[in-house]
Ligand binder design. Sequence first.
Ligand SMILES: *Cc1c(COP(=O)(O)O)cnc(C)c1O
Length: 395
Amino acid sequence: MQVPPRPDLPTRAVHAGREDLKTLGVHALPLDFSTTYPFTDLDRATASLDALVSGDASAENPIYARLLNPTVARFETALADLEGAEASVAFASGMAALTAVLMAVRQRGGHIVATRPIYGTTDHLLSCDLLGIETTWVSPDGVAEAIRPETALVITETPTNPTLQIVDIADVVRQAGDVPVLVDSTFATPVLQRPMEHGAALVLHSATKYLGGHGDVIAGVVACSDEWARQLRQVRVATGALLHPLGGYLLHRGLQTLPIRVERAQATAGTLAARLAEHDAVETVYYPGLAPGGTHRQMDGPGTMLAFEVADYETARTLLQNVSLMTPAVSLGSVDTLIQHPAGLTHRVVSEEGREQGGVRPGLIRVSVGLESVDALWADLEHALAVAVREPALV
Ligand SMILES: *Cc1c(COP(=O)(O)O)cnc(C)c1O
């Protein structure tokens, strides 16, 4: 018998984790809000509990919602499918997901190597003493030198936040040798980048961003092997940083439109980046599609995020106060376009040295391009830029 080819990613995004719905006789995802699950046979309930506490993904009886929630598990199956991973484990937020990974690796050694620039709170968590982990900060080509016998994990992010630099995942993996590499792939989504294809052991998403896509769920997820997933579930069972079932439902629904949202926003981002690069008031545009040679290497496209630099803080502030269609707000990956000031907001928790290393200057502005028309967005930006250049100090 001939095996049908594995469907393409947009097709899988629509159907993954829903294979049994026809058999169940339903069309929308079942939503299970139970916190506890009745049992009829004590021995079988005990066997389920033992399996889940040791990290199994499923059991005959979920027993208690901190151990397993079927709605969240469906989302995890779907996301793993899109990443080409054996499994994924969802958490209450992106930071809760990263914290679980750090707790899981701490048993292997207390040292981590991480590349800068990186998401502001990731920088903060790895720099403070909260989890008893020591971090060596490096540029992406300095990973090999920083590895020690007790190094338990290498953490990188690509494209980087906020300056959209591309880190070569395969090269970081090569430098890391036997040490597992975690890639924060939030900005790229599995539509544009699948880090496990390049040797990453763990892929982190702040699902709050593109996976949810509508700015109404906070969540995190780690795609990985079954073995890693087992450890992460053990941490989740013990520490309780759970994703609520409604969040799991909304994320799973969000995956269905993820490819089409990313493709549309990417087309708009490319046009906006090119127009910004021509604008007199803009000093630098950060967009992978504009980099010398237009290279975005391991990505299937240059992405939906861009950043640009104006003269100084006052110009940036006036610009932000004069956009009307774009939403001045942190976060990213929503259907509407979000614009923000990294030095003043998302990267404020990063040390001054860290900000300097990461190129987070006072005139830098970051845009998460949404689904509005490109002409409407450009008109908004052009107007705000004109006001900002005319009267930078007036507001
Ligand atoms: C938002 C974000 C995080 C943190 O995720 P939360 O869901 O806010 O906890 C981590 N990495 C990147 C790249 C992010 O954008």
